[in-house]
Write a protein that binds this ligand. Structure first.
Ligand SMILES: O=C(CO)[C@@H](O)[C@H](O)CF
Length: 536
C-alpha cells in the first residue's frame, strides 16, 4: 500500500443518543476521516431503539453504559483496520448527550488506571459500574425530585438564577436524587458520578475526568456565575455528592495525556492531549463557530436556538450554560416544539402541500403582513406554554381564519418573532456584527430565511451541522493545544470553511418589525393570561 502522507490532526468524538461518532480534522481544519458506530445496528445484543430503552412506565429512559464502552472498542478497531494513523493525533476532545449520568462502582478507578492493552475496554470495565442502565436526557421520571429541589432553593426562578435553568426532569441532579432515593445501595457503592461527556473523557484519560463548566450547567447543580457546585443543590439531591462529582473545570482545560492503554493498543503518541469533553449542544456551538452576538437557528422537528450571551438573564424557560469556548461568557438554548411539523401542516393546508407554492405566498405578501399576526401551536408549545391556533387582525381582534397567503406569512413571521422576543428575554441582543446561522430542513428555503433576516434585522448564513458536535470537539482539541497562550477560540478556527450568506434584511424591515414585535409580545401575554387565568 502506498505510504500515506503523515497528517497531524485532532480527533473530535460525539457520544450521542444513537451512536458514537468520530472525525479527524487536520491543521487546515479540513475533515479527512469520519466513522461511527450505530448502537441499534452494530450492538444489537443491547436491544435499544434509538439508542435507548423506554421503560414500561413511559417516563424512565435509560441506555446501557457497557454499550457505550463497547461502541468505543468497535470504532477504534474500525479505524485501526482502515489504516488510520493514530500516531498523528496531537489532541482529542469530545461531546456527550447532555444530562445523562454514569455511576462508577467503588474500586473502578484502579481498573481504569491499569487497563491491559491486550484486551478490549468492554471486557475490563464490565464490573466497574454500580448502575448498568444510565438515565439519559429523554427521561422524564423525576418530577417529584424537581419539586423537592426547587423547594430547597426557594423556587423555580431562584433555581434558574443559581444554575441557569429551573428544575427539569432530565437534568442530572434530579436524576441522581432519584437514584439515591430509590437505589441507596447502588448510590453508596458509587465512588464517582460522570456525565456522558466526562465518562467518555475518562475512558481516554485512564482516570476520572472532571465535569466541564458547560455540560455541568445542565445538571441543576452548578452555580453558573461562580462556576462552583451549589451546596444547597447538592444537599437537596443526595449526601456526599460533591466528593462523587469532583471539582468542575473550564471547558477548554487539558485534563491530561491520553492513557497508555491507547498508546500501546492503537499507537496514539504518548503526548496526545485530552481536552475536557462537553455536552453535544455546547460542542455544536463550537462547531458552528458562533461568536459574540451570533445566533444559530436549527429549523428541525422542533426549532432550537443557540445563543451567545455576555450577561444572561436566567428565566423559567430555556437553558443558560457556561460558554464552552469563552469562560467569561455564556450560551443559551431555547427550544420551540412547533417547528417543521407546524410548517408542513400549513404548507399542506394553505399551499397544496407544495413548498414552491409556500414560497410564492411569502413572495406575494408584504413584510408585516398588513398587521395580521398568528400563533400556531398544534402541540403544546414549551416556549411559552400555549396550545392552539390564535389569529389577530391589525386591530388586535381575534379572527378565525386568514386568506391562505396571509396564513403562511403569519406562521413564519410569528415563529421568528417568538424566537427574537424569547431570545431577548434571556439577555440576547442583536449586535451590528450579528450573524444568524441557519441549519436544519427549513434552512433550504430561501424565502423562509428572508423572513428570518427581516425579523432579526441581521444577515442569515447557512451552515452544515451534520457533524457539528464532532467537528466542534476537534476544534476545541486544537484550542486545547494552545492552552496557556490565551489565544481566542475564534483565532484557532479562522481557517475553517466559511458559511454561505443567503439573506440580508430588506430595507425598512426594522421599522416594520419593531412595532409588530411589540404587538406580538402583548398578544402572547393576552393568550397566556386567557389560558392560565389571571395572575394570583
Ligand atoms: O436535552 C438536551 C439539551 O438540553 C438534548 O439536546 C440532549 O443534549 C441531546 F443529546
Amino acid at each position: 500500500m502506498a505510504e500515506r502522507a503523515a497528517r497531524r490532526c485532532c480527533l473530535g468524538w460525539d457520544f450521542s443518543t444513537q451512536q458514537v461518532k468520530v472525525v479527524a480534522v487536520d491543521a487546515e481544519l479540513s475533515v479527512f476521516y469520519e466513522d461511527s458506530v450505530q448502537f441499534d445496528r452494530d450492538l444489537v445484543e443491547f436491544g435499544t431503539q434509538g439508542g435507548v430503552h423506554v421503560h414500561k412506565d413511559g417516563l424512565t429512559v435509560t441506555s446501557p453504559v457497557l454499550m457505550w464502552v463497547q461502541a468505543l472498542d468497535i470504532i477504534l478497531e474500525k479505524m485501526k483496520a482502515s489504516g488510520f494513523d493514530f500516531s498523528q493525533v496531537l489532541a482529542l476532545s469530545g461531546a456527550g448527550q447532555q444530562h445523562g449520568s454514569v455511576y462508577w462502582k467503588t474500586g473502578a478507578s484502579q481498573v481504569l488506571t491499569s487497563l491491559s492493552p491486550d484486551l478490549p475496554l468492554r471486557e475490563q470495565l464490565q464490573a466497574c459500574f454500580s448502575i448498568s442502565n444510565c438515565p439519559v436526557w429523554m427521561d422524564s421520571s423525576t418530577a417529584a425530585q424537581c419539586r423537592q429541589l426547587e423547594a430547597a432553593v426557594g423556587g423555580a426562578q431562584a433555581l434558574s438564577r443559581l444554575t441557569g435553568s429551573r428544575a427539569y426532569e432530565r437534568f442530572t441532579g434530579n436524576q441522581i436524587a432519584k437514584i439515591y432515593q430509590q437505589n441507596p445501595e447502588a448510590y453508596s457503592h458509587t465512588e464517582r458520578i460522570s456525565l456522558v461527556s466526562s465518562f467518555a473523557a475518562s475512558l481516554f484519560l485512564g482516570s476520572y475526568s472532571p465535569v466541564d463548566y458547560s455540560d455541568g450547567s445542565g445538571m441543576n447543580l452548578l452555580q453558573i456565575q461562580d462556576k462552583v457546585w451549589s451546596q444547597a443543590c447538592l444537599g437537596a439531591c443526595a449526601p456526599r455528592l460533591e466528593e462523587k462529582l469532583g471539582r468542575p473545570v473550564p471547558s477548554c482545560s487539558v485534563v491530561g495525556p491520553i492513557s497508555s492503554y491507547f498508546v500501546q493498543r492503537y499507537g496514539f503518541p504518548p503526548g496526545c492531549k485530552v481536552v475536557a469533553f462537553t455536552g453535544d449542544n455546547p460542542a455544536s456551538l463550537a462547531g458552528m463557530r458562533l461568536e459574540e452576538g451570533d445566533i444559530a437557528v436549527s429549523l428541525g422537528t422542533s426549532d432550537t436556538l443557540f445563543l451567545w450571551l455576555q450577561e444572561p438573564t436566567p428565566a423559567l424557560e430555556g437553558h443558560i450554560f457556561c460558554n464552552p469556548v469563552d469562560p467569561q461568557h455564556y450560551m443559551a438554548l431555547l427550544c420551540f416544539k412547533n417547528g417543521s411539523l407546524m410548517r408542513e401542516k400549513i404548507r399542506d393546508e394553505s399551499a397544496s402541500g407544495s413548498w414552491s407554492e409556500f414560497s410564492k405566498a411569502l413572495q406575494s405578501t408584504e413584510m408585516g403582513n398588513g398587521g395580521n399576526l398568528g400563533f400556531y401551536f398544534d402541540v403544546m408549545e414549551i416556549t411559552p406554554e400555549i396550545i392552539g391556533r390564535h389569529r389577530f387582525s391589525a386591530e388586535n381582534r381575534e379572527v378565525s381564519a386568514f386568506p391562505r397567503e396571509v396564513e403562511i406569512r403569519a406562521l413564519i413571521e410569528g415563529q421568528f418573532m417568538a424566537k427574537k422576543i424569547h431570545a431577548e428575554a434571556l439577555g440576547y441582543r442583536v449586535m451590528p456584527k450579528t450573524k444568524i446561522l441557519a441549519t436544519g430542513g427549513a434552512s433550504h428555503n430561501r424565502d423562509i430565511l428572508q423572513v428570518l433576516a427581516d425579523v432579526f434585522g441581521a444577515p442569515v448564513y447557512i451552515i452544515d451541522t451534520a457533524n457539528s458536535a464532532c467537528v466542534g470537539s476537534a476544534y476545541r482539541a486544537f484550542h486545547g493545544l494552545a492552552a496557556g497562550t490565551d489565544m481566542p477560540f475564534a483565532e484557532i478556527v479562522k481557517l475553517a470553511p466559511d458559511r454561505r450568506l443567503v439573506a440580508t434584511p430588506t430595507p425598512g424591515a426594522s421599522q416594520v418589525y419593531e412595532a409588530l414585535l411589540q404587538r406580538y409580545a402583548m398578544l402572547e401575554q393576552r393568550i397566556l393570561s386567557q389560558t392560565r387565568g389571571p395572575p394570583e
